[in-house]
Write a protein that binds this ligand. Structure first.
Ligand SMILES: Nc1ncnc2c1ncn2[C@@H]1O[C@H](COP(=O)(O)OP(=O)(O)OP(=O)(O)O)[C@@H](O)[C@H]1O
Length: 241
């Protein structure tokens, strides 16, 4: 059983306090929705977990492994992530992106890259340039890359953005399948999509997080479900100073 623990993590950027997290625990088999208004700090928190930003204080650990400079490589092998797309990958071919990823993680390249693409329903040539793919196809490709090193934790920042209805269904099915032996954390502003897949939700506002609640707990406590939980926490939060 994998556990991701975030303990007393703070982060400030340019002198502004962006995060002040007390305590969060994620366990495998769970699909966690991290929701909150624009600028709440969701991406910043997830970037701290993925080693892309360094917190000012606090611990982030997977089981007994604490994230720090020495453990960074081993820690990051346990995580697959998809963040907002950057056009810096547009000039690479699909094969080049996959090769880079496999090199970074020290993995042996498969005989056929196409198997990895088929996992996410992508029927394209590995020679195709990433810049020539549609937004939704790139989203699928990035998901394929994120799961290719069989991580224990999958972090998806706005995974449904830009997907057509079939892409949304495929992504939800994949998330459910992958959650059987992983922790999956999703941010999304689409509560309808989240309600279809998540087991638990956490609300973020002004850099702080609510307690984690299961969907059953949320529906019992709030007549309007996730939306009620969301507004209730936002209304209770004081600004960081
Ligand atoms: N590189 C940066 N430099 C300065 N400020 C930043 C930087 N990254 C994030 N911030 C600030 O941190 C705060 C939290 O941003 P973050 O992107 O984490 O929010 P979010 O909850 O993911 O928002 P959204 O729902 O819009 O994606 C915002 O006020 C943002 O302006």
């Amino acid at each position: 059983m994998t556990q991701l623990k975030i303990d007393h993590v703070t982060k400030s950027i340019d002198g502004r306090n962006i995060l002040r997290i007390d305590n969060l625990i994620f366990k495998n088999n769970g699909i966690y929705g991290l929701v909150g208004p624009n600028g709440a700090g969701k991406t910043t928190l997830l970037k701290c977990v993925c080693g892309l930003l360094v917190p000012n204080a606090g611990d982030i650990r997977i089981d007994d492994l604490i994230l720090n400079q020495e453990t960074r490589t081993d820690f990051l092998k346990k995580i697959g992530s998809v963040f907002a797309q950057s056009d810096s990958i547009f000039d690479l071919s699909i094969k080049e992106l996959l090769e880079e990823h496999y090199y970074f993680f020290g993995l042996t390249a498969p005989k056929k890259w196409s198997t990895i693409l088929e996992n996410v329903g992508l029927d394209v040539s590995e020679k195709q340039m990433i810049g020539s793919l549609s937004l939704g196809m790139r989203q699928r490709l990035l998901l394929a890359v994120a799961i290719s090193h069989t991580p224990e934790i999958l972090i998806l920042d706005e995974p449904f953005n830009g997907l057509d209805p079939d892409g949304v269904v495929l992504t939800k099915n994949l998330i459910e399948q992958l959650s059987q032996d992983k922790i999956v954390i999703i941010t999304s502003h689409s509560f309808a999509d989240l309600n279809d897949v998540i087991t638990d939700a956490i609300v973020m506002a002004k850099g702080q997080t609510s307690t984690r609640k299961t969907i059953a707990e949320i529906n019992e406590e709030f007549s309007d479900g996730l939306m009620g939980f969301y507004h209730s926490f936002i209304n209770s939060v004081q600004s960081l100073n």
